[in-house]
Design a protein around this ligand. Structure first.
Ligand code: FE
Ligand code: MN
Length: 361
């Protein structure tokens, strides 16, 4: 028997029996393993939908003008040491962090999931990390920064080394053929997805994002600020991809969702928040950009709790509200058409898509 199958405005005719068998064989993990990219019928519709949104949000670093940033970077009168430091820090940290995320997607998560539509969206996710890495290269070359100096920051600053170690240790054990029918390994995998999506991209990126965007809000480094806004828009989709992956993984493997495991994940977030605050105190001159240190740290608490509750876990500080609402606004790119001077290339190709429903921040 044949059945029509609809995705957006496209129609496919599928053989019902074969389609049902293919659908049943699709699982987040331990599903049918195949090298063919047989996407139909889609089981994880969200993965395909987010893939489309990500693609419509495509951007290229070179389309963003850096003239004003270059002038500001060279001006010894107007540029303060703190501002220079924040820019160096932002470029240095993200140059390495984007690489770590991309590597985990390609060598851990995309390897271990089995449904093709998940591999599809993860391929795009990895590509966006490449775009982010490339945008940092563009900033480095435009400003004439010594890339080794940026690398050194990542390797030598203890609070960054600790943040780095926190995420990479959750991917070591998964870099080989592991038996994902074993609940112990299922938990390791679920924890990896939680750590990368909710703790790292979802929480630990936000200290530096906040710093760079508060400079941007004062009309400092408009090109860099713009790239970070695009990056943030991408990150909100990455967080969503990992959240959905996590939720469906738990759904399909309910035996791992024990009170002990939930507690372990909440404690992991607690550690992530502590590391981020330590990093902020050690490295980020919050007062120099006109922010209160207390509010800035509260923002990290706020965002961490959003991540926890979004995946069905208890918040660490129930009831707190966002102390920096402007930061959330700055992440909603759709609201403004010309938010920076210069050439704006509109990459949003499809108007019929809901582009980032940003409830994320
Ligand atoms: Fe990224
Ligand atoms: Mn990302």
């Amino acid at each position: 028997m044949e059945k029509t199958y609809q995705i957006g405005n496209r129609t496919f005719v599928l053989d019902q029996d074969k389609a049902e068998a293919a659908y049943t064989a699709k699982r987040i993990i331990n599903g049918r393993k195949t090298m063919t990219f047989n996407l139909l019928p889609l089981k994880y519709q969200w993965a395909y939908d987010i893939y489309r949104v990500m693609k419509a949000n495509h951007w290229e670093p070179e389309d963003i003008q850096m003239q004003k940033d270059i002038e500001q970077w060279r001006s010894t009168e107007t540029l303060s040491d703190s501002e220079r430091w924040i820019i160096m820090m932002g470029i240095g940290y993200f140059s390495a962090a984007e690489g770590i995320v991309g590597d985990n997607i390609q060598h851990v998560v995309r390897e271990l999931v089995t449904a093709p539509e998940l591999k599809l969206v993860l391929g795009r996710h990895a590509h966006e990390e490449n775009i982010h890495a490339d945008s940092l290269l563009y900033m480095i070359s435009s400003l004439g920064i010594n890339p080794h100096e940026c690398e050194a920051m990542f390797e030598d600053i203890p609070t960054i080394v600790k943040k780095n170690d926190f995420v990479t240790r959750s991917s070591h054990a998964l870099r080989r053929d592991i038996d994902l029918t074993d609940p112990v390994n299922k938990k390791l995998f679920a924890k990896n997805i939680f750590v990368y999506g909710q703790c790292m991209e979802g929480t630990q990126f936000y200290g530096l994002f906040g710093m760079i965007l508060s400079l941007y809000r004062q009309n400092k480094f408009p090109g860099i600020g713009t790239m970070f806004r695009y990056t943030l828009r991408d990150e909100s989709n990455h967080i969503k991809v990992f959240r959905n992956l996590f939720m469906d993984l738990i759904d399909e493997n309910p035996e791992i969702w024990t009170p002990e495991f939930r507690e372990e994940l909440v404690e992991t977030m607690r550690e992530a928040v502590a590391l981020e605050k330590e990093f902020i105190r050690d490295c980020l001159p919050v007062a120099a950009v006109g922010l209160s240190a207390e509010e800035f740290e509260l923002y990290i608490d706020f965002i961490a709790d959003r991540r926890l509750t979004d995946v069905g876990l208890s918040p660490l500080n129930p009831g707190i509200t966002n102390p920096l609402p402007w930061l959330a606004e700055m992440q909603d790119i759709r609201k403004e058409q010309n938010f920076f001077e210069g050439t704006v290339t509109d990459y949003q190709k499809s108007s019929n898509l809901e582009l980032v429903s940003d409830d994320d921040l």
